[in-house]
Design a binder for this molecule. Sequence first.
Ligand SMILES: Cc1cc2nc3c(=O)[nH]c(=O)nc-3n(C[C@H](O)[C@H](O)[C@H](O)COP(=O)(O)OP(=O)(O)OC[C@H]3O[C@@H](n4cnc5c(N)ncnc54)[C@H](O)[C@@H]3O)c2cc1C
Length: 444
Amino acid sequence: MLEQNYWLTSTEMPAANGTEFPERVDVAVIGSGFTGLSAARTLAQRGANVAVLESETIGWGASSRNGGMVLTGMKLGVNQLISMYGRERTQQMYAASLASIDCVEQIVRDEAIDCDFARCGHLEVACKQKHFDDYARQAEVIAREFNHTLRVVEKNDLSSEIGSTIYYGGMVDEISAGCNPARYVAGLARAAMNAGALVFEHARVQTVERESHNANAGWKLSTSRGSLWAHDVFVATSGYTGRATPALQRKIIPIGSFIITTEILPAALARELSPRNRMIYDSKNYLYYYRLTPDRRMLFGGRAAFFPENDQTIRQSAEILRRGMIDVYPQLADAKVDYVWGGTLDFAFDIMPHAGQLDGMYYAVGYAGHGVAMATYQGQKVAELIAFERNGEDHNASDPTRNAKPENPFVGIPFPGAPLGLYNGTPWFLPLAGAWYKFLDWVS
Ligand SMILES: Cc1cc2nc3c(=O)[nH]c(=O)nc-3n(C[C@H](O)[C@H](O)[C@H](O)COP(=O)(O)OP(=O)(O)OC[C@H]3O[C@@H](n4cnc5c(N)ncnc54)[C@H](O)[C@@H]3O)c2cc1C
């Protein structure tokens, strides 16, 4: 078994085009995942000078390591969202979550990104009878409030969706998609560079300070490769947000998630495990998510350890996930596990995506494991906001949508920090949170 990200074996990351730092840029984007690259592409297309600053290499963070599930919806249930934000805002959020999948599809098509994007749908499976009973209620609310259809699948019919007998039923959303995330982030990077953005690797941003340049207010960014001045800064660092942006770091909890993939499976076995090739996840808090890869491996992931990835958490996770996979699919008892790896997710304290400005810098974070589509979308939307705020209304633009301030229901919602301010960016409470989620799965 290799401790290595399987997706990277099928992908060639493009070479970064940034060599010397320009003295000044219009926008500095920190982070080269889906959020940062999608933003850089949109900003460069709208004529801005953009530098993407990446501390490691292109797509190094969660964007190349995830399950490649391009999912509808958000982490929280719709009833909870309605009670937090009211019906109208929740409707806008749900519409945005559907639009985010169209956004990925559009970019993949426009930029001809070869990343196995397919609208295969997702299947949520119920680990308890009461979870299944709740599916019908959720489907009814979603049909009524958001005009979106989910299909509830009774236990007796579940074999048409999944070759496992341990679940109490399921719920299908046909709109979701799957992709190879490393190929997708590589394609996004090429698209951003083709649009004119400069991407700098091994450029860790160390400090960001307000500084004027020729009487223009803006920011001085000091990095491990030198410094540059930017009129605006977009922080797109997700679960890897660090000390360079301390206010944002205090609002984000970095949580590890881990994945194994098996050897290539015989075609008949792969069809038995997932007859419709769905993106699948279960109904627990401490959940498993799984799918077939395009070359017919079972990819099986979960929060096997709560701490972010390191040699120890990755190795422990491999065995925990293998046992979990065999609980779901006893047919895989003898399948060899070829790869294991981990990555870091970003959770806000209210488990919601957040975007807008903090301390004068733009940001989009908080995807909570639903970031393939939403990070791409938020990158684009916040970039549109920056372009709008820089240029104002542009009545001469050929695209009339540029004349209005872009709407984004995730901008302006309360962005809570830790209760009583008990968090400085070091997540000391993760073992407690892990135990708490396990307890919730036991009782609920
Ligand atoms: C194992 C795993 C499985 C997942 N599965 C799914 C899934 O199936 N479906 C789904 O929708 N979502 C999934 N997610 C979540 C999804 O991958 C993320 O939400 C999404 O990739 C976030 O993209 P991003 O661009 O915001 O951040 P990232 O891709 O994490 O990129 C942030 C980048 O910022 C850089 N950075 C940080 N600090 C600095 C600094 N100071 N200077 C310069 N650069 C810096 C990092 O090096 C990193 O490359 C998964 C995540 C993980 C870890």
